[in-house]
Design a protein around this ligand. Structure first.
Ligand code: PMP
Length: 485
């Protein structure tokens, strides 16, 4: 054993001294005891190698112990570990200038924090101060953090406690075109379409225009192809109606903020209909609120087509929160907003001991450089599109793969009992597949309100060969499960 500490001893310590939750959530029945990481690979204490397709929950952006980031960290380590931003020191200023250059106008004022929850707490505070309003809207099924304030934004019962939390936070229906009430195969922006058919009855209407769609007409007992075209996604209208109902039923006429991830992360890579965020932003702004994009998982090139997830929705938020990939695993987060909103917040003193300390800034700066120099955003697009295209082929083979979706390396594979009812695949079945995938040397994640979605979000340095390895393992694990059941 490479760790120099037995597995039993580690588990004893865990049982006695660690947050009890870490006993419930070792993630696997036979836990993984990790020892070392390099780029997209992890090794356990017995020297077994795993392909990391989860990246510590989309956190290791450029690769474990990436040589460039490690070198930058070492350099700073020898110079200055810590001081706070009451002093002026180069790493902070170099980093803020660099990060600002990645954001569109007017998003230029940066607050550095130590985590995503802390960034979202700060964003809530600033939104309320700036607007003078209190109510904040988020999507059902979202995760925005575990601190008492951020828990109000989070809308997944698994993370909630039976105490009053996050007063003033209201949830609206998540515009999920696969599991939600309305959907359609063409609604969202993904290299693969959902298998859910365009159906007027389900809220997706077809109109004459540019795109050509093949529609099977069952009513006359024979399926024949009919060329029709799609103008817009009616599901979008239905979900926007739901948002308007949320305004009408549960918040005063004026609101403070709307928080949304561009693609839901913990929720299971849920993608919204095209234009939903654009219309939602307009409605929120009409009611005095600001729009906040939580880029904790989708930022830093992960979605491939864009550096920030919001850019894929053709919107510019009033505030962006980020963490995880910002530091490639170094504890760090940030809020970026407009000078106008920052001015409303400047009336008091906002101090954060570690936010923006020299170590964090040096690491984050080299992460930005590495993403650019190693072409990682392009790699996300390239490998991610390939993964999704191949996963969609497996979806068409296996009855229990309900949906494949996402963009770049933010991918979800939603598992169902069958494609017609789309009931979530039960936890025991999910665990069996999950454990098998791990035993074959690949780590992935799970998510969704019912734990029914496999989450694939590897470090952005993965290669096409890694993708093929993952696909072979994934295929085999589903095959094994189908054989046994
Ligand atoms: N926002 C999103 C979208 C997240 O996925 C997470 C963490 N899973 C957070 C916020 C909270 O980040 P942290 O755990 O760093 O507090």
């Amino acid at each position: 054993n490479l760790a120099g500490m037995s597995k039993e001893h580690m588990m004893d310590i865990r049982r006695q001294y660690c947050n009890p939750m870490t006993m419930k959530v070792t993630y696997y029945k036979k836990p993984v005891f990790l020892h070392q990481g390099y780029m997209q690979w992890l090794w356990d204490v017995d020297g077994k190698r795993y392909l990391d397709m989860f990246a510590g929950v989309a956190t290791v952006s450029v690769g474990h112990c990436h040589p460039k980031v490690t070198a930058a960290t070492e350099q700073q380590l020898k110079k200055l570990w810590h001081t706070t931003n009451i002093y002026v020191y180069p790493p902070l200023h170099e980093y803020c200038e660099k990060l600002a250059s990645y954001l569109p106008d007017p998003l230029k004022v940066i607050y550095l924090t130590n985590s995503g929850s802390e960034a979202n707490d700060l964003a809530m505070l600033m939104a309320r101060l700036h607007t003078g309003n209190f109510d904040i809207i988020t999507f059902r099924g979202s995760y925005h953090g575990g601190s008492p304030q951020a828990l109000g934004l989070t809308s997944d019962g698994a993370y909630k406690y039976p105490i009053a939390n996050g007063l003033g936070c209201t949830n609206t229906m998540c515009p999920d075109v696969f599991r939600g009430l309305w959907g359609g195969s063409h609604c969202r922006d993904s290299p693969v379409q959902t298998i859910r058919e365009c159906s007027c009855a389900q809220g997706t209407q077809t109109h004459a225009s540019i795109v050509i769609c093949f529609l099977y007409i069952y009513t006359i007992q024979m399926a024949f192809l009919c060329l029709i075209s799609i103008d817009h996604c009616m599901a979008n209208e239905q979900y926007i109606k739901q948002l308007k109902e949320t305004f009408a039923t549960s918040v005063p006429t004026r609101i403070a903020a709307f928080f949304g991830e561009p693609i839901q992360g913990v929720g299971g890579a849920v993608q919204y209909p095209k234009n939903y965020l654009k219309e939602a932003y307009k409605l929120v702004r009409e009611r005095g609120g600001i729009c906040i994009s939580d880029e904790v998982q989708t930022g830093f090139g992960r979605t491939g087509s864009h550096f920030w997830g919001f850019q894929g929705h053709d919107v510019i938020p009033d505030m962006v929160t980020m963490a995880k990939g910002i530091g490639n695993g170094f504890p760090m987060g940030a809020v970026v907003t407009t000078p106008e909103i920052a001015a409303s917040f400047a009336k008091g003193i906002h101090f954060n001991t570690f936010g923006g300390n020299p170590m964090a800034c040096a690491v984050a700066s080299s992460v930005l450089d590495t993403i650019k120099e190693d072409g990682m955003q392009q790699n996300s697009l390239h490998v991610g599109t390939y993964l999704m295209t191949e996963l969609a082929k497996l979806r068409d083979i296996y009855e229990i793969i309900g949906d494949v979706r996402g963009k770049g390396l933010q991918i979800g594979v939603e598992m169902v009992t069958d494609k017609v009812n789309r009931d979530p695949l039960p936890p025991e079945a999910m665990s069996a597949i999950f454990e098998d995938i791990k035993d074959m040397g690949v780590l992935i994640g799970k998510g969704g309100l019912f734990g029914q979605t496999f989450r694939i979000k590897p470090p952005m340095c993965i290669t096409m060969e890694d993708a093929d390895f993952f696909l072979a393992v994934f295929n085999k694990s589903i095959y094994n499960y189908m054989e046994k059941r």
